[in-house]
Design a protein around this ligand. Sequence first.
Ligand code: DI6
Ligand code: FE
Length: 416
Amino acid sequence: MVGADLLVRNVHLATMVPGDAPYGAVRHGAVAVRDGRIVFAGPDRDLPSGVAAGAREMDGGGRWVTPGLVDCHTHLVFGGNRAAEFERRLSGATYEEIAREGGGILSTVAATRAASQEELVASAEARLLLLAGRGVTTVEIKSGYGLDPATELRMLRAARELGTRTGVRVRTTLLGAHALPEEYRGRRDDYVTLVAEEMVPEAARLGLADAVDAFCEGIAFSPDECARVFDAAVKAALPLRLHADQLSDQGGAALAARYGARSADHLEHASDDGVRAMAAARTAAVLLPGAAHFLRDAHVPPVEAFRRHGVPMAVATDLNPGSSPLLDPLGALSLACVVFRLTPEEALAGMTRVAAGVLGVEAGVLRPGAVADLVLWSVGHPAELAYWMGGSPAWRVVRAGSVIPPAQVAGGVEAS
Ligand code: DI6
Ligand code: FE
């Protein structure tokens, strides 16, 4: 085999390749990288001869390596924050009441419309660097706080720029159908038409959106309205996602499945029929325990049914100012286990292999051919990634074969 550019040795691997060993674990392993892709991941003793010649060698000091984390559902570009709304909710107001009064998402819309692209990038960059320092190498970023064509496109441009500035792989999603903007009150149909006939084709034409999402909910859009947005996305050849059955059962899971969406997300109130439809359509479930926790929702998604029917489960932060101000991917793993009762292995697969599938990126596993996004963690076992609350065990991050300088890995100082 020809020489590698980078060779990571003296590590244990959580390859996350499905198979017999939990976590796809390989003890005493090595990873070889060439031209940004993995060319070998396996036991060190099986390293092909010639690989080491000329390679930069990294001694992992007995740490664990996982694929770079993939946070496949965030709203990390936005203006302002909603700490005051948090205080109101704690004294009794509900998320839905605040939304119906014109607060909630619409208050973030006002702050986002008032922000320039530079301001949006600057505030979001600080948040993205926190995720990156905690092992995220790919992130999905949605629009949805503009709700007019110019601001939606500005959000998507800001998201693209964040990718260029930070080096984190960014996938963008147009979420024009997130809430009904004030100026369209009483004219729902006209707004859905604006999303379907203007925002979707324009975002597609400009190459600013990698997918289209909608919020199917009593306080947002009906299944029929979401279907109109989906029809436009299909026409533009963009993959589909759906905020489905988060606060009530709207039949969102079944709608997502009917359109062959990549994922249905949230799903606290999904019905058994919805789960079956998702399984048949191979639509993944994206679980967002940060939102369920922060909204104090006693409902949990039907995890046991997803397992039984073989619906792949992804886990993401849903980072947003209203329902999940969660800047910590490992925190999402912890909540997925403690609140939703995933196993640590399921949770980690949900933020690596499964999430990569949802975004259509060739990452999320350590195997030849995959993008060489790796994280070396100062832990004694991969279950610890979902176990500690707080802390920054990420020791080194490698993105597409490039070692990120430790100073850029927030908290990249050795924990042990
Ligand atoms: N569901 C959510 O949890 C976020 N969006 C959505 O459709 C919340 C967005 C917000 O409250 O700002
Ligand atoms: Fe969301």
